[in-house]
Every structure is written in C-alpha cells, then in structure tokens.
Ligand binder design. Structure first.
Ligand code: 5GP
Length: 359
C-alpha cells in the first residue's frame, strides 16, 4: 500500500457529498439527532449497511444532503475532502458537486458554489492551486518548502458542476450558466449524475449542448444500469469523458473504442453497488488490455470507505499489475484532465521527475 500512497495520482471522479469523512458525517448526524431533526433508528440501517444497492446509495445521499444543507458545512466538507485527497498525494483533483438551492437557509445555487470556493480558499495545511493558471498564479511543482522535515503537499483543484437527473431542463440550464459565470474561479465542466433509474437524460441535452458550445467540458454517468438506448445515445453525444460503463454490450464497447472517450473507472463503488458482480470480472481488465484511455477514481470515498491509493492497490492486486504499470496508469490520466495545457505540462513534469522510483 505504501507506494500506492506515495505515488502522485489524479482524481477525476469524486462527488463532494460522497467523499465526506466518516467522523464529520457522524458529528453532523449527532447534531441533528440532538435537535430532534432526525431519528437515528430510521436511518441506522442505511448508514450501517455495507453493500448497498444503487437505490439504497441514493437514499443515503438524500440523508447526507439533510446533514450538509448550510453554507458553513459545505465549506467545511470541501476543505476536508481536499485535505484528504492531498494527504495521499493526489496532485490534481476534479471535484464535482451538484449546486443546491435551499430557501430555508437562504442558499441559492450560486451561494452553494461560493461556499465550496470559500472552503477551497480556507485551506492552509496544503498548497491549493484552484484558479486557472495564469502568469501570476502559483506554479505548483517548484520545489516544495520543507515543513517539519516534510514537503508540504500541493494540489491543483478544479470543479465540475453536476446536474442531478431529478432536475428540470431549466434547472440544468441554470447550472450550466452558473458554471460559465464561475469559470474564472476554476469551474471547468459539467457532469450528469444522480439516480440512473430516474428521468430521461435527453431532458438535459439542451443544457449539455449549450455547455459544450460555450467551451465547458462534459462528462456523463453512463451505463450504470442496463439501458442500451441511453448508452448508445450518450456515446453518440461524444462527451469528453464518461463514468462507470458497467452495463455495456458489444456494440457499446465497439462504439466507445472507436470514439476513444476516456472512462472514469470506480472499482469499489461498482462492486459495492453491485453494478459489477465481482472485481475479477470488472471491465477494467478489458479496457486496460485494449489500451483504452481510462482513469482510476474513487466516486464516493466516504460512502464506499475507500481512497484513491486503495483503488490503485485493488487494481494492482486484482489484475496482476506492478508498480511500473500502475505509475503509467496514473501518469496517463494527465491527458484526460479538463484543465488547460499549462497545467498538463506542469503535471507531466512532476510525474517525469519521480518516474525512476517506479521503474
Ligand atoms: P453532491 O453532488 O451532492 O456533492 O454529491 C452527491 C451526489 O452525487 C448524489 O446525490 C448523486 O446525485 C451524485 N452521485 C454520487 N455518486 C454517484 C454514483 O455512483 N452514480 C450517480 N449516477 N450519481 C452519483
């Protein structure tokens, strides 16, 4: 596990509210129980269950969202999630979250994203680069100052705004417009997520097309359930990346490979939600052997009790890959990030500078 932790890594599929620390979730739950806002016996079975179906995972998200409704909590979880990724040497993080409106606490989609940015800016324990690279922005991979004998961790963070499949076309368009407004602060793209058994993804096509026309990157949750037509249509749309790809049929694999769309692979998440029966039959092996662009990701490190180092270790052990191969897998992910070429250059330099260790 040691080398999986120390190796530089890129995280491209992490949902903010799915990545909350257990200790924070517990603290927030206790506070609400104390106020009589929730009854623990009613939620206990969802919180404590290990393998949850996709439907149960979404019930858990509804519960988590009750716990994280105010601006301060959103800022806090953002800070903690970034600190946690940085602590295991994630050097570039694309964090995604669904902007939420909550009139009871005066929260608009915009103020939600501002709270996320406040959380980002409040981090002092690691160096965070979160604005698009420009002449006077911090350059990440200059030699890090030593603090107490340890180099300070440094991480690039970019944001993706998610559209939830429960939303309307108009609400999705609002999210895209917000992403455009927030581009100067590091929002680089749009994600379509939420319960895959709900709604029709074409509801969001106008917003997704608009996002793409305006130069935002798009990634789609695709193939989390068997829905051949949706998978085909999503691939026809040619998003810049897709997540999961669990229920692909032969024609989808052919289409995916000919389009070369990178796949965000979430091993633990897929096995825990039973969208893949077991790790040994995971499509990672199929795509890896075909040299298809892919990136290992956590999805929801809090909900699935994982971290990116663990995902690398699981892939190495399950598919018989050595350090060299895992390092190359990590390094290749630089090419699939949604940030600009200057940042890619910085990241390539960083990976090259440590490549010998993994050779
Ligand atoms: P948030 O966007 O609130 O920060 O993160 C939690 C949300 O991300 C969930 O409510 C859900 O919409 C989305 N999400 C998290 N994990 C998954 C997943 O595995 N599949 C899908 N389709 N959506 C997810």
């Amino acid at each position: 596990m040691e080398w999986c932790v120390s190796m530089p890594k890129i995280e491209l599929h992490a949902h903010l509210n799915g990545s909350i620390r257990d200790s924070t979730l517990l603290e927030l739950t206790k506070a609400l129980i104390g106020k009589g806002a929730i009854n623990f016996s009613e939620v206990e079975h969802i919180i404590l269950k290990y393998n949850r179906s996709v439907e149960e995972v979404f019930k858990l998200f509804d519960l988590i969202h009750i716990l994280t409704t105010d601006h301060n909590t959103v800022a806090r979880i953002t800070r903690e999630v970034i600190e946690d990724f940085a602590s295991e040497n994630v050097v570039y993080l694309e964090l995604r979250t669904t902007p939420k409106r909550n009139d009871s606490v005066g929260m608009s989609k915009r103020s939600y994203v501002e709270a996320v940015l406040k959380g980002l800016r409040s981090i002092t324990s690691v160096d965070v680069d979160f604005i698009p690279h420009c002449e006077d922005s911090k350059t990440l991979f200059t030699p890090a100052p030593a603090i107490d004998g340890h180099a300070r961790k440094r991480i690039f963070v970019r944001l993706l705004l998610s559209i939830d499949r429960r939303e309307t076309t108009e609400a999705a368009m609002d999210t895209v417009k917000l992403a455009l407004e927030m581009r100067p602060y590091g929002v680089v793209g749009i994600d379509l997520s939420g319960n895959p058994s709900i709604g029709d993804w074409t509801t969001y096509l106008p917003a997704l097309k608009f996002a793409r026309e305006q130069g935002l990157y798009v990634t789609l949750h695709c193939g989390e359930l068997p829905n051949s037509k949706e998978i085909k249509n999503m691939l026809d749309f040619r998003p810049q990346r897709i997540g999961h790809a669990c229920f692909f049929e032969d024609e989808h694999w052919r289409q995916l490979k000919s389009s070369n769309i990178p796949v965000e692979i979430c091993l633990t998440s897929n096995v825990r939600t039973m969208t893949v029966p077991s790790i040994d039959v995971h499509h990672f092996a199929h795509l890896y052997n075909a040299k298809h662009p892919l990136v290992l990701c956590t999805d929801d490190s809090g909900v699935f009790s994982t971290c990116l180092s663990k995902e690398y270790k699981i892939a190495a052990d399950s598919f018989g890959l050595g350090r060299r191969e895992m390092f190359e897998l990590s390094r290749n992910a630089v090419e699939y990030i949604f940030a600009d070429s200057k940042i890619k250059e910085d990241l390539r330099r960083n990976f090259n500078s440590v490549a010998k260790k993994y050779g």
